[in-house]
Design a protein around this ligand. Structure first.
Ligand code: BES
Ligand code: ZN
Length: 789
């Protein structure tokens, strides 16, 4: 029974739950094994709009109420809710559990979990009891998350200058869970992969995921739960902010992980999605409940977090923190709009924050800032960046930062108009000869968007770009700036504003790169280029792969296959990504060695030759050798999948299976994803199929559409099926075919994703045509492939 009280009196109560089989509804029926027996657990998931399906209520974030919950459950089970238990009365097979009345809160944060669990427990310095619950027998795997949670609660208490507001915090791993995690007040639910960490079998990347997800959900206990967005239009306040703060907390706990460098990957996803015409503003109009699911996307999370970071770096960390603390204090237990946050920051800083930030949150897209040297002047010009290469509308207030020749020569200003030019000598206090001389000694670089804290792209004139390339080769730039230059060049190339030949030449400047974040981006760019080249210039594919292999071998050889004693977290993550890339680009030695190590692992799951950080790489390598007449590698991976009870291991295998280049095997893999052996939440991991099987995946999607749309119903996962299968195409005919197929099948929860995927196909098509016209590309690729570094 749930009683909800608004202000003075009880305004309603409800006492019947209906268990349902599909997990996209408000009540998840999750299954697990205990002593060889299949068991059920019941878990609520209300955000965004499903509390109304459980009990009658004003189910909008601004209607806050207090909740007094009572449950009748089988007496042998553990029953958790937002608040601590005040009374338990056993009555035969059933017990009645009553919970303390909650403070005032929104309906989407109410939660209940019932099942059999183990737990580990600790306390914050304030004495708040924190527990991590998990399946019976897995309690040890909860210890890392528990440590992170206790430390993070202490940290947020300092940062927000308000203590955690409930008497307890429970965090629980749910085997079937569509989202990554959910911040229910005092009872946070997680996927197993986002909460559990196994010393023996989890990878460094899994550990980092657990830390950032815990930090994200705990940030919501303040930003979201205590102070809640007034309407879904302001969802980004919750999600963008929690994403940003999760980096702050993780960085404070694990500085050696350099997560602020890795944050660039978040920004990058935001920039990529927001480079589409079918993007949406951060503050997006929501008219119907069915539209809410879709805005839990890279705009709300990643662009949201990035514009917060941009603002923090403009205002300064100290002023930013103090203003936030004032905001939390002022709006505790109530609701806010985006303007309320700006008002607090305006008050704290004296800067016109509302004006500055409205251009980023009310308007979709972002600018590309073009910079060139002309007649002793630096000329800046802004226009909307679109991956389609079209000219977009819009103007932003852009916090420009730049460095010149060294990180000691730094300038900042706000670009408020379309164009602005400054006298170099006056602006930088040095002479133009520095920028125009062919002599290396004077050949200094200018880098805009220092440290990549701004949410915009930069396009340099040819001369400035050449100087930056030189600075990269000489290792004069920080990893974040090396990342930014590469990433902007890639985006401009995709928009056909820069040739692929020049992008590849730039990539050659990274041949001695060792930084995790930079290499990781270099790798993902090389995957995308491979796909475009496969359509545009298939005869050059082998040469292109050779070039990429040459670049990645430098770092791969330094790292080797086996972990070094006391090596860094980042090297451990990097090794896996490099070996995966080498395997995918067909590097024979890597594939052979991976197969050898996998065989040893099949014999003995605790062998030291296949530590968790390289397992995915080894699985991918094995799948490169699999085809209809050589299935043994595939069967072996399925065996590991079936025998492991660690979700992270299962996920690793699913995402590796899809890398097989053989379309017949891929068809088997896709069918396996829909089988009872794969939890529905995990099917999406197997969808990123090798580009050689994209046609197979699309045909499969069409054939299985009825089944898929039934399983995934209205949730956000269905959009992933669409984007994963549609986006890899690169022809206008295919875009048309996709449009026709979905004309009668589109659902509100995937409408925007479908449009975005089709736009991506158009962008790819245009890019392919442009690459085919690049007359200098074939020679450039051949030259790069044969160059030995
Ligand atoms: N509030 C969300 C959970 C959510 C997502 C509810 C989508 C309804 C729809 C939660 O705080 C969240 O953001 N979870 C993320 C993980 C996070 C670390 C980025 C998720 O589920 O992916
Ligand atoms: Zn969140």
């Amino acid at each position: 029974m749930v009683k909800y009280v608004n202000g003075k009196g009880v305004i309603g109560s409800f006492n019947k739950f209906q268990l349902t089989q599909t997990y996209t509804t408000f009540l998840i029926l999750s299954t697990y094994e205990h002593n060889g027996e299949k068991k059920n657990m019941a878990v609520t998931q209300f955000e965004p709009v499903d509390a109304r399906r459980c009990f009658p209520c004003w189910d909008e974030p601004a209607f806050k109420a207090t909740f007094k919950i009572t449950l009748d459950v089988p007496s042998e089970l553990i029953a958790l809710s937002n608040m601590p238990i005040i009374e338990e009365k056993v009555n035969g097979h059933l017990k009645t559990v009553s919970y303390q009345e909650s403070p005032i809160m929104s309906t989407y944060l109410v939660a209940i979990v019932v099942g059999l669990f183990d737990y580990v427990e600790d306390h914050t310095t304030d004495g708040v009891k924190v527990r991590v619950y998990c399946q019976v027998g897995k309690a040890n795997q909860g210890k890392f998350a528990l440590h992170v949670a206790v430390k993070t609660l202490d940290l947020y208490k300092e940062y927000f200058a308000v203590p955690y507001s409930l008497p307890k915090l429970d965090m629980i791993a749910i085997p079937d869970f569509a989202a990554g995690a959910m911040e229910n007040y005092g009872l946070v639910t997680y996927r197993e992969t986002a909460l559990l960490y196994d010393d023996q079998h989890s990878a460094a990347a899994n550990k980092q995921r657990v830390a950032t997800v815990v930090a994200h959900e705990l940030a919501h206990q303040w930003f979201g739960n205590l102070v809640t967005m007034e309407w879904w239009t302001h969802l980004w306040l919750n999600e963008g902010f929690a994403t940003w703060v999760s980096y702050l907390a993780t960085d404070s706990l694990f500085p050696e992980w350099k997560v602020w460098n890795q944050f660039l990957e978040e920004s990058n996803h935001g920039l990529t999605l927001d480079g589409l015409a079918e993007s949406h503003p951060i503050e997006v109009e929501i008219n119907h409940a069915s539209e809410v699911d879709e805005i839990f996307d890279a705009i709300s999370y990643r662009k949201g977090a990035s514009v917060i970071r941009m603002l923090q770096s403009y205002l300064g960390a100290d002023c930013f923190q103090k203003s936030l603390a004032a905001y939390i204090k002022k709006h505790s237990c109530s609701n806010t709009k985006t303007e309320d946050l700006w008002a607090a920051l305006e008050e704290g800083s004296g800067e016109p924050v509302n004006n500055l930030m409205s251009s980023w949150t009310k308007q979709q897209g972002y600018p590309v800032v073009t910079v060139k040297v002309k007649d002793e002047k630096l000329v800046f010009e802004q226009s909307r960046f679109l991956s389609s290469g079209s000219c977009g509308e819009g103007q932003w207030i852009v916090p420009i930062t730049l460095c010149c020749g060294s990180y000691d020569v730094r300038k900042n200003f706000l670009l408020q108009t379309k164009t602005e030019s400054v006298d170099i000598k006056e602006f930088l206090g040095c002479s133009i000869s520095k920028y125009s001389g062919g002599n290396d000694k004077y050949c200094d670089w200018i880098k805009l968007n220092v440290d990549q804290t701004g949410f915009y792209r930069v396009k340099y004139d040819e001369d400035l770009a050449a100087k930056l390339r030189n600075a990269i080769e000489k290792n004069h730039l920080t990893p974040t700036d090396r990342f930014g230059i590469l990433d902007d060049a890639f985006a401009l190339s995709m928009a056909c504003q820069q040739s692929v030949a020049s992008l590849l030449t730039l990539m050659g400047a990274y041949r001695e790169e060792l930084d995790y974040t930079v290499l990781s981006n270099l790798i993902s760019i090389s995957y995308k280029l491979e796909r475009i080249a496969a359509d545009a210039v298939p005869e050059l594919l082998d040469n292109l792969r050779q070039f990429f292999t040459n670049i990645f071998q430098f770092a791969a050889e330094k790292l080797g296959w086996d972990p070094k004693p006391d090596e860094s977290h980042l090297d451990a993550m990097l090794r896996g990504e490099l070996l995966t890339a080498l395997a995918l680009f067909g590097h024979e030695q890597t594939i052979k060695e991976a197969n050898r190590r996998c065989l040893a692992f099949l014999d003995d799951r605790s062998t030291p030759v296949l530590p968790p950080d390289i397992r995915k790489a080894a699985y991918v390598a094995v799948m490169q050798t699999v085809n209809a007449s050589n299935r043994s590698g595939y069967e072996s991976l399925l065996r590991i999948y079936r025998e492991s009870d660690l979700s992270q291991e299962k996920t690793r295998i699913l995402s590796s299976l899809a890398s097989c280049p053989d379309p017949n095997i891929i068809l088997e893999v896709l069918n396996f994803l829909l089988s009872s052996e794969v939890r529905s939440q995990d099917a999406v991991f197997g969808l990123g199929v090798n580009w050689q099987a994209r046609e197979t995946a699309w045909t499969w999607l069409k054939t299985k559409w009825e089944e898929i749309s039934k399983i995934f119903d209205s949730g956000f996962l269905i959009g992933r099926f669409v984007s994963a299968t549609v986006s890899p195409f690169a022809s206008y005919e295919k875009a048309k075919e996709v449009e026709e197929f979905f004309a009668s099948r589109v659902k509100p929860s995937m409408a925007r994703t479908l449009k975005q995927s089709i736009e991506r196909v158009h962008i790819n098509s245009r890019w392919v045509q442009s690459v085919q016209k690049e007359t200098t590309l074939p020679d450039a690729i051949r030259e790069l492939a044969w160059r030995r570094y």
